[in-house]
Design a protein around this ligand. Structure first.
Ligand code: HEC
Length: 157
């Protein structure tokens, strides 16, 4: 019986040792975290359900659907070219990655709490953006609409 326990202990020790040895390369592969404990991906693409997202050419039908949802759910706080409760959104797709924008729409609570750049915006606008019951499809449509606002700030050429 005692022998058996000894064997188990030795096996456990050997296993632990192996584990310790393995953790070195695993540690090296861990991405560097920001001071807030976020990965570089989270800094760039935001915190939420959307990973990085590559956009194709502009889809006008989707953009006009997005404009309708925007009118319903966002204009209480956002204008295109002027500050309202929140920042103006013209040109936002040139400042932020597509995934960042969708995560802001789909998961604003966590973005406001944890993302350093959104926390900085909160310090400027005082009001935390809140979730507007937008589905992922609608968030994608709004993103397409926001892409059309890209040059809205620049004077007509
Ligand atoms: C209750 C007001 C409110 C509503 C409603 C709201 N927002 Fe916001 N939004 C804000 C505020 C305020 C900020 C700045 C960050 C903060 O303080 O939370 C912000 C930030 C953002 C940003 C980040 C801008 C940047 O420069 O990075 C995006 C994108 C955005 N909102 C899109 C939307 C969309 C799209 C909708 C509609 C689905 C929406 N918001 C609804 C208040 C609101």
């Amino acid at each position: 019986m005692i022998k058996k326990i000894g064997l188990v202990l030795i096996t456990a020790l050997v296993l632990m040792n192996c584990g310790g040895g393995d953790s070195e390369p695993a540690k090296a592969a861990t991405p560097k975290l920001s001071p807030e404990g976020l990965t570089q991906d989270q800094i760039k693409h935001g915190i939420g359900p959307i990973g990085s997202l590559t956009l194709g050419p502009q889809d006008e039908a989707l953009a006009s659907k997005g404009a309708e949802v925007f009118e319903l759910k966002c204009v209480a706080c956002h204008k295109v070219n002027e500050r309202l409760v929140g920042p103006p959104l013209a040109g936002v797709t040139t400042r932020r990655s597509p995934a960042f924008i969708m995560n802001m729409i789909l998961n604003p609570d966590e973005m406001v709490k944890k993302h350093p750049e959104v926390k900085a915006m909160l310090a400027e606008f005082y009001v935390p953006m809140t979730f507007q019951n937008v589905t992922e499809d609608d968030a994608r449509a709004i993103l397409e609409y926001l892409r059309t606002l890209k040059g809205a700030e620049a004077p007509e050429a």
